[in-house]
Design a binder for this molecule. Structure first.
Ligand SMILES: Cc1cc2nc3c(=O)[nH]c(=O)nc-3n(C[C@H](O)[C@H](O)[C@H](O)COP(=O)(O)OP(=O)(O)OC[C@H]3O[C@@H](n4cnc5c(N)ncnc54)[C@H](O)[C@@H]3O)c2cc1C
Length: 394
């Protein structure tokens, strides 16, 4: 006999991991999703390299999350637990550059998803597509389906409805009303892991598509080394994404075009050159850096090596915004974390849980987003296993 019935709304990684622990522990799990097929955003994440998690040491891994609740979930269900699970379903992984973990070469994202779905169905889970959650009652969920309204009851319900970006994947973020009606506070979505939109004075068609390699973007809380690319609107790339939180908090962002040298080294090297142009060339600065620096100083200052060295190390980026939510990798905002307990259970609705990106937390790219989703799903499932499992007294 099954230990209890669980309705999980959503089929992204947060939902699938919650369901995994529950079926493994003898629960009857039903997944519901309004799309025709599961985990569309999970598959989109696989387009440019399926970065599932990261091999970084756990303490610094957890530091990547802005909320203690999510850090705790990652400590509970670690990247290694996720890698072990993937291996169990036949998905071998490898560690790529900067510790990013990917499925072994040749394994397509759809194969990862199918292996996971097969494992769940083999363990008794069922999937119900084209079921759109549109109401939450005290003991049931109401879905809109092709056949009309359907009311589902279950011993516990898990919501894993995702954030607000890439709406074509089904993560519409249009569920705020459902929760607001239950007096559950939702924080408006904002872009995260977005490119930085720059003031048009730095944008130049001739520079578009150019890279600034091995630079460091720096703000108050974060700094990140790496490569950025100049697009028609601004900067894209991991260092730019890492600055989002500081930008949202109103902090200035500067770029260090030459992190490997300190200011005095730069001055020395420049002074050894025949002229400024040769000096800048010897430093192997990108075309973009040279242009931006040239455009930002007077003719006299362009000949002042100290001033130039200072600009090379601390060039203030006139960031005017982030990209529209639909285009970005993730969002912050969603269910306010004060609404849930340490097991991701809604304080106002016992036995209803919220997990994954629909909660208001933030993390950078690099595998931390999917890991945050699966860890929060696992933590909620574990609490259900302890409480409902015990209640059923097997
Ligand atoms: C372009 C791109 C690249 C990315 N690359 C990476 C990466 O390499 N590594 C990484 O860690 N992360 C990456 N991410 C982020 C990662 O994909 C997400 O953080 C993750 O999918 C969130 O998981 P989730 O389960 O919380 O929600 P989602 O995966 O968004 O799933 C939410 C589910 O809920 C369903 N749903 C929503 N509303 C309803 C409703 N009312 N009724 C029924 N069902 C509903 C949706 O259809 C969807 O299936 C990327 C994202 C994007 C957009």
């Amino acid at each position: 006999m099954k230990k209890g019935s669980i309705a999980i709304v959503g089929t992204g990684p947060a939902a699938l991991m919650a369901g995994t622990l529950l079926v493994e522990n003898g629960f009857d799990v039903k997944f519901f999703d309004h799309k025709k097929a599961p985990a569309r955003k999970f598959l989109v994440a696989g387009h440019g390299g399926f970065n599932l998690t990261n091999a970084e040491e756990l303490v610094s891994f957890c530091d990547k999350y802005d909320r203690e609740l999510v850090k705790n979930a990652v400590r509970f269900f670690t990247p290694q637990n996720f890698i072990d699970f993937l291996a169990k379903i036949g998905i071998e992984t490898y560690v790529g550059s900067s510790g990013k973990i990917f499925p072994k070469k040749g394994i397509k994202p759809i194969e990862v998803l199918n292996a996971w779905l097969n494992y769940l169905t083999a363990n008794g889970a069922s999937f119900h597509y084209e079921h759109k959650l549109n109401q939450v009652e005290l003991s049931s969920l109401v879905f809109e389906t092709k056949q009309g309204q359907l009311t589902i009851d279950a011993d516990a319900k898990i919501f894993a409805l995702g954030g607000g970006s890439w709406q074509q994947t089904g993560s519409l973020g249009d569920w705020f009303d459902i929760f607001s009606k239950k007096n559950i506070k939702c924080v408006p979505f904002e872009a995260s892991n977005s490119g930085l939109v720059l003031d048009s004075k730095l944008l130049d068609e001739d520079l578009e598509g150019g890279h600034i390699k091995n630079c460091r973007l720096i703000s108050v809380e974060y700094s990140k080394l790496g490569d950025v690319v100049l697009t028609r609107y601004g900067l894209e790339g991991a260092p730019a994404y890492a600055m989002n939180r500081d930008f949202r908090n109103g902090h200035k962002i500067v770029i260090d075009f030459k992190p490997s040298l300190d200011e005095s080294d730069i001055v020395n090297r420049m002074q050894k050159a025949k002229n400024v142009t040769e000096g800048l060339k010897n430093l192997k600065l990108s075309k973009i850096a040279i242009q931006w620096i040239k455009d930002s100083v007077s003719k006299e200052d362009y000949l002042n090596t100290e001033k130039l060295a200072n600009l090379i190390k601390l060039f203030e980026l006139p960031v005017v915004g982030l990209r529209p939510i639909d285009e970005v990798i993730s969002t912050v905002g969603g269910i306010d974390l004060t609404e849930i307990d340490e097991n991701f259970q809604l304080k106002k609705l016992p036995n209803y849980f919220c997990v994954g990106e629909m909660l208001d937390w933030d993390a950078p790219t690099g595998g931390y987003l999917i890991q945050g989703a699966v860890s929060t799903g696992a933590k909620a499932a574990h609490s259900i296993i302890l409480n409902l499992g015990r209640f059923e007294g097997d």
